[in-house]
Design a protein around this ligand. Sequence first.
Ligand SMILES: Cc1cc2nc3c(=O)[nH]c(=O)nc-3n(C[C@H](O)[C@H](O)[C@H](O)COP(=O)(O)O)c2cc1C
Length: 202
Amino acid sequence: MASQTGADVVATGSVRVLGIAGSLRAGSFNRALLHAAMELAPAGMEITEFTRIAEIPHYNADLDGRAAPEPAVALRRAIAEADALLIATPEYNYSIPGVLKNAIDWASRPPATTPLRDKPTAIMGASTGMGGTMRAQYHLRQCFVLTRTPTVLQPEVLCAFAAQKFDADGRLHDEKTRELVRALLAALGVLVEQWRATPAAR
Ligand SMILES: Cc1cc2nc3c(=O)[nH]c(=O)nc-3n(C[C@H](O)[C@H](O)[C@H](O)COP(=O)(O)O)c2cc1C
């Protein structure tokens, strides 16, 4: 079982986390937030980034099946091989960007074998406005009901006014947000350990 001391972690075993940033923008604050998490990951946790969501075509059931597009298959495989997911979502019109929803749609099929099922997942987000992606994060949680994806409930990492929190090189310098990211990763480590310990409950 994991132990938690303050915002430090945590997992007794090693935890491989797949990170996904839901923005294609070169200067994305959400990718920068994900990179901050990679830097702040506790001992025993390794976060790698899935960098190919731009290559995934629009979901089309006619393309799915044995000959599914290679980037979508790569996403499914990367999720399956990870112990946990960490998603940094922008907020577009009070919801998640289409590119992220599309990636989740591919990963969610077929429902009987989706790698999202039982995959402990943490959510965070950065926006330039005052909401900090709060509304998008609730929509993202909703996507994970049908897939039976357990998500970290708290802390909520709502990085509002992102332009003030990253420097010109994309480094997160806001200490409160850095602390929240550490706490989120600690909570993800605990969720992974809980999920490993209770397979019979599923
Ligand atoms: C199409 C579009 C819709 C947006 N809608 C919202 C919104 O609903 N709420 C919000 O806080 N910011 C909104 N924004 C601003 C984003 O927070 C901002 O562009 C942010 O930098 C996007 O994340 P990124 O830096 O990772 O690309 C929107 C931006 C775009 C391009």
